[in-house]
Design a protein around this ligand. Sequence first.
Ligand code: SF4
Length: 93
Amino acid sequence: MNTNIPSLFPTTGDEPCAGQDVFFPDDYQNAVEVGKAKALCASCPALVTCRAWALAHPTLTTHGIWGGLTPQQRRTHRRLFPDRNDAYAARAA
Ligand code: SF4
């Protein structure tokens, strides 16, 4: 289960990650595990908000799949689009 989500991200409790244990894989190169989490995120109505929140809070989301992105993908996104960080923070507020 993505146990960090209830305490860190404002959820409704109906997100597809509730009760799932695939959001913190031991190995982010494990395509099966990561693919399961990403598929759940793809069906989540909170995807955009969750992704923005995770991108705006890098120190709180160093691990885990958030908004369909792995930690490496979030780091890459922040590095490639640093000018968007304020927009993420505003959207996630
Ligand atoms: S986008 Fe993914 S991690 Fe975020 S709330 Fe939805 S299912 Fe959970």
